[in-house]
Design a protein around this ligand. Structure first.
Ligand code: PSV
Ligand code: MN
Length: 427
């Protein structure tokens, strides 16, 4: 399945007049606020969000998995799917691999295929939360934190191998998420488990190329329900500090207890130079893997507000942080979902760029909370969709990616090519 430039051009022609009308209205509105729409269109067009290789099939739950139809059967087909997304929205120009779900057997060929789709490789992810068939030691009771040295060594070796794959593909970061923890009080020595983890991470850190980072995720519960070895940002931050400059914290939005003030965590990590990346998704209860911005778009906006506040301009912001989606679904077409997620992230980003920073500073100085809310709402309530459409059109992508995806019957074609019961690797 291929989306050609003529598919795009034809589609864009059909919405051209309506789009121009909305764009002009927005430009006029922003002009009154002394905001140049063209600059924002440029910023939006430059923003790229990486797609995880495990989000392209039907998502798993502990209870069941329902075939999506046309799921990618190999890493190559996953790259093709991300290529489709990028052709449609021009903002999904990177893929993040999970090893061993997606081992690049022939790295040169995989890289060539990605190049063909204008994709680069984002952070590589290790997996020590499942046992693989040929694995000597089990991770049932943990990996980098395990009580037994041989298990820890095996997990360390795996991470070093993941770095090697990433190096061959041009990645610049390793993301580590540990499922390690305990299910019952008394089962684990908290201090010892953390110390083991720190020592194991040190060995991985020593194997990092100089221009790489290691990004450490945290999660309060699941799969362990009594304790997790890295349960929160404070523990991740502690480890990142102990490891050194190349270690940073990764914020997965679904890895917080309900109502946690994530934007404040973001501000503090940024202030300390330890914010390495994001896994975007939305959640109501926990690691729900809902579409980014589908439930709490205001939270996403407030996060971007802190990101912009804490960096020296959009370019630094874009380059300094690894932007990635982390979600998988049972009921939505994953490609449509990813298009919606990227759009929601971009909306939050652009809206945060609209915030009148001088005014916000003034109202804060004057201790005027109502004034602060007015400033934020002025930006948040602005409908920036025409601006994002314009960014896509200027980059020869689709004005309305989902509309074109449906009009072309992409899923139907993928089912014809790959079958109705193909299963993508992942959770
Ligand atoms: C764990 O819940 C997580 O968020 C980690 O990032 C994993 O790498 C990913 O999901 C895939 O299981
Ligand atoms: Mn994650």
């Amino acid at each position: 399945m291929n989306i050609t430039s003529s598919h795009i051009e034809e589609h864009n022609k059909t919405v051209k007049d309506d789009h121009q009308e909305s764009l002009d209205a927005l430009a006029h509105q922003l002009n009154k606020r002394n905001i140049d729409i063209n600059e924002l269109v440029e910023q939006a067009g430059a923003f790229q969000v990486a797609i995880p290789s495990w989000a392209l099939g039907a998502g798993g739950t502990r209870f069941g998995r329902f075939a999506m139809g046309g799921e990618p059967r190999s890493l190559e087909e996953k790259i093709e799917d991300v290529g489709l997304l990028h052709a449609l929205n021009h903002s999904s120009g990177a893929i993040s691999l999970h090893i061993p779900w997606d081992i690049p057997e022939d790295t040169a060929a995989v890289k060539e295929l990605a190049d063909k789709h204008n994709l680069v490789f984002d952070a590589v992810n290790s997996n020590t939360f499942q046992d693989q068939e040929d694995q000597e030691h089990s991770y049932k009771y943990g990996s980098l934190s395990h009580t037994k040295e041989e298990v820890r060594e095996q997990a360390i070796e795996h991470n070093i191998e993941v770095i090697k794959y990433g190096k061959a593909l041009g990645s610049k970061a390793l993301t580590v998420w540990l499922a390690d923890g305990s299910n019952f009080p008394g089962q684990q020595n908290f201090g010892k488990a953390l110390r083991n983890t720190e020592e194991s991470l040190h060995k991985i850190y020593d194997a990092l190329p100089d221009d790489w980072q290691v990004l450490i995720e945290y999660k309060p519960y699941e799969p362990n329900f009594y304790s997790m070895v890295i349960p929160d940002w404070g523990t991740s931050f502690l480890l990142a500090n102990k490891l050194g400059d190349q270690a940073k914290t990764l914020v997965d939005l679904g890895h917080h207890l309900p109502n946690t003030n994530i934007e404040q965590i973001v501000a503090i990590l940024l202030m300390e130079g330890k914010l390495g990346g994001f896994h975007f998704n939305d959640s109501k209860y926990g690691d729900d893997d809902l579409t980014a911005g589908s439930l709490k778009p205001y939270q996403l906006f407030l996060i971007f507000n802190e990101l912009i506040e804490g960096t020296d301009g959009p370019e630094e912001l874009r380059n300094q942080i690894a932007w990635m989606i982390d979600a998988s679904h049972n009921v939505k077409d994953p490609l449509e979902d990813l298009l919606q997620s990227v759009e929601a992230i971009q909306q939050a980003y652009v809206k945060a760029l609209l915030i009148d920073r001088d005014k916000l500073k003034d109202v804060r100085e004057e201790n005027d909370p109502a004034g602060a809310q007015e400033v934020l709402q002025d930006a948040f309530q602005t409908d920036v969709r025409p601006l994002l459409t314009e960014a896509r059109v200027r980059h020869q992508a689709a004005a309305d990616p989902i509309q074109l995806y449906r009009a072309l019957g992409v899923r139907k074609q993928l089912i014809e090519e790959r079958g109705a019961d193909s299963v993508a690797t992942g959770l």
